[in-house]
Design a protein around this ligand. Structure first.
Ligand code: URA
Ligand code: CA
Length: 442
């Protein structure tokens, strides 16, 4: 087997054999083929595609490129994956709630990428919290507590690590077979038997249009279903940050506020919807209505917040943050940003807001940058709201006055006001199951 003939086949639009795909995945994991040949094949795949059989073979080969966990966690291991949003803290709300209902949530999560936040970066804002857990300790916490959230172990799907880094710098991220194999290989390797995917659509999403996002969701559900997983995908909007809080400690605070029953809104709504799908996919609830009842009972009784405390403690963190959010890191400069003009908030550039937070220090510009857990902002207005001059648009939490001033300008540039009433942004678009696509109405 040689790499040139594999590239040649895909360049000419031919389907690759299972053996060719296995050779490619192994070469990526072991670095036995130079990056330029891997990159050439990635571009050929991006341009000429892969059929369902090839995509399934690539997913399995990438999953098998490292450890394959077969967790015994006392229930169906369930995972949720979001393709990346701003102010998207659903994992921190739903993992404890699903665990409080008897679910076994096994969540390996990424660091923040570009303008989108990373769940493990958020969790690290809790004093003492450890997110780099050995595989056996991670599974132990899933078994005893019901949920654990950790960084991806380097032994899982190492082929993806090589390929994802190359895709990032060769404009080959936006390929359905490459996205499907990248995401699902990691889920399969971690041992998830039930999988709920949150595929974002809109500007800043992996797939720019609703049709392309639904196509991605269908491709993932098909591959997962044929691999014997219980899998569904939700297609959701990302026109503006999902929660009102953007920034690491701020997003943890918002998750705690929701679990404590003090906050609601779109983040809570989407978290409960995804959580319900997780309970159904893992067989704990017979249908969505029963799942809703279970989740709301866990929320109202405070059992969800108790689970979050248990998980934090198990991962070495100080669970007192759940009773007193002032124990989370706080920024030295906290001040309001007010509107200079009035109008209806018609459009929000979510990517630009994510980048504004990244610039404040909430995200990395370069791979090795250290994150500032305290900084970010809390939005007070959503798309569709009417704004009067002088209204508070958001609260800034900055490291310095200069950073606050710069952020104010970036946020102002990301918002478009209109004299005409504007509709609210759509949150949920479609639910994709192995049986088909169901349009969601709100
Ligand atoms: N996230 C992943 O893990 N892989 C992709 O290809 C895209 C998003
Ligand atoms: Ca993510």
């Amino acid at each position: 087997m040689d790499m040139i003939s594999i590239i040649e086949d895909k360049k000419m639009g031919r389907a690759l054999s299972k053996e060719q795909i296995a050779f490619f995945a192994r070469a990526a994991a072991d670095h036995t083929v130079p990056d330029y040949q891997l990159a050439a094949l990635l571009m050929a795949i991006r341009l000429n595609g892969m059929d369902a059989r090839e995509t399934a073979d690539l997913t399995m080969a990438m999953a098998a490129s490292g450890d394959m966990l077969t967790p015994d966690v006392g229930g169906v291991p369930v995972d949720k994956h979001s393709t990346g949003g701003v102010g998207d803290t659903t994992t921190l709300v739903l993992a404890p709630l699903v665990a409080a209902c008897g679910g076994k949530v096994l969540k390996m999560s990424g660091r923040g990428l570009g303008h989108t936040g990373g769940t493990v970066d958020k969790l690290e804002s809790i004093p003492g919290m450890v997110v780099d857990l050995p595989e056996d300790r991670f599974l132990d916490i899933v078994r005893t507590v019901g949920c654990a959230v950790a960084g991806k172990s380097a032994q899982l799907a190492p082929a993806d690590k090589t390929l994802y880094a190359l895709r990032d710098v060769t404009a080959t991220v936006d390929s359905i077979p490459l996205i499907v194999s990248s995401i699902l290989s990691k889920k399969f390797a971690a041992g998830a038997k039930a999988i709920v995917l949150d595929v974002k659509t809109g500007s800043g999403a992996l797939m720019p249009t609703l049709d392309a996002s639904i196509a991605l969701a269908r491709a993932m559900v098909d591959i997962g279903h044929h691999a014997g997983r219980s899998i569904v995908a939700v297609v959701s909007g990302m026109e503006e940050p999902l929660g009102s809080h953007v920034g690491n400690a701020l997003e943890v605070k918002e998750a705690i506020d929701i679990l404590a029953g003090r906050a609601g809104g779109p983040l809570k709504q989407v978290s409960l919807f995804l959580g319900a799908q997780m309970l159904v996919a893992s067989g704990i609830a017979g249908d969505e209505a029963q799942a809703d009842r279970l989740l709301n009972a866990a929320l109202d009784s405070g059992r969800g917040l108790e689970k979050f405390k248990e998980m934090i403690t198990a991962q070495g963190g100080d669970c007192r943050v759940c009773d007193d959010v002032r124990l989370l890191p706080a920024a030295p400069v906290i001040r309001s940003m007010v509107a200079r003009e009035g109008g209806y908030l018609a459009h929000v550039n979510g990517t630009a807001l994510g980048m504004a937070a990244q610039r404040m220090g909430a995200g990395r510009i370069e791979k090795d940058d250290v994150i500032d857990p305290a900084v970010g902002f809390v939005m007070k207005k959503r798309i569709g709201d009417f704004i009067r001059p002088g209204d508070e648009i958001c609260t800034l939490h900055a490291r310095s006055e200069a950073s606050a001033a710069e952020t104010e300008q970036r946020i102002a540039a990301a918002l478009t006001l209109s004299p005409d009433p504007a509709p609210k942004a759509r949150l949920l678009y479609a639910l994709v199951t192995p049986q088909g696509v169901k349009q969601l109405t709100e």
